[in-house]
Design a protein around this ligand. Sequence first.
Ligand SMILES: Nc1ncnc2c1ncn2[C@@H]1O[C@H](COP(=O)(O)OP(=O)(O)OP(=O)(O)O)[C@@H](O)[C@H]1O
Ligand SMILES: [Mg+2]
Length: 256
Amino acid sequence: MVKTILDIKGLRKTYGIHEVLKGIDCSVQEGEVISIIGSSGSGKTTLLRCINMLEEFQSGTIRLDGEEIGYRVEGVTRRRKSEKEIARQRALTGMAFQQFNLFPHMSAAENIMLGLVKVKKMTKPEARAIAEKWLDRVGLAARMNHYPGQLSGGQQQRVAIARAIAMSPRLMLFDEVTSALDPELVGEVLQVIKRLAADGMTMLLVTHEMRFAYEVSSRVIFMNQGVICEEGDPKKMFVSPKTERLAEFLKTSSFN
Ligand SMILES: Nc1ncnc2c1ncn2[C@@H]1O[C@H](COP(=O)(O)OP(=O)(O)OP(=O)(O)O)[C@@H](O)[C@H]1O
Ligand SMILES: [Mg+2]
């Protein structure tokens, strides 16, 4: 039976008077790999940040494994949950960004161990074993004790992804994780994501790599001006888009 991991209903988000998400409805089943595409400013990053409660939102609900994220409704009032509760919920998702945000004074293994020790309360040997397992999985077994400054951009991004995955999230969020990389380093990071997809990790990824979205995702969501404009099977969507907007977007993207 398919299990719904993420269920978003009527999500609206404004910055001042500017409505950036205008009623997003979307659900994600366990094991799905969903690529979010769309032009700059369409709200892709904001959507991921709402799921991870890095942004507040004004209305709608986000449920993760059935649990409402960020807010509780008491009668007619909607209150933000306590910071402790939000921190616990945030740990249900893992996030990797364009900028890797590794601690420069810690080795690759120590970067991964930090959350395991501080948040998951593991002992250092337990955390090290997990860090080593994941560094091995992302092809960095020989770089465990290297500092970020001694690693290439692609290697640093793989450490950042390993760090997020090591926390055993229910859902992984990726926001343009290859955009800051030199072209020759993009492939190694996409390969790691492909392997996680094959392992059954549930993932939502914002990407400009149309070929990757086409080949790897089970579903594609095309966002335009704060709404989901079109979604479906990439094999169908990219070949015969239903909306003029998507057709236009694909013309200007790297997919052709
Ligand atoms: N902190 C903020 N304050 C005000 N407006 C913001 C803020 N962050 C984003 N926005 C606006 O929200 C809209 C959506 O931005 P968002 O970053 O989600 O777009 P995006 O689809 O991720 O774009 P890109 O492809 O360039 O990363 C944009 O119009 C942006 O200017
Ligand atoms: Mg963005």
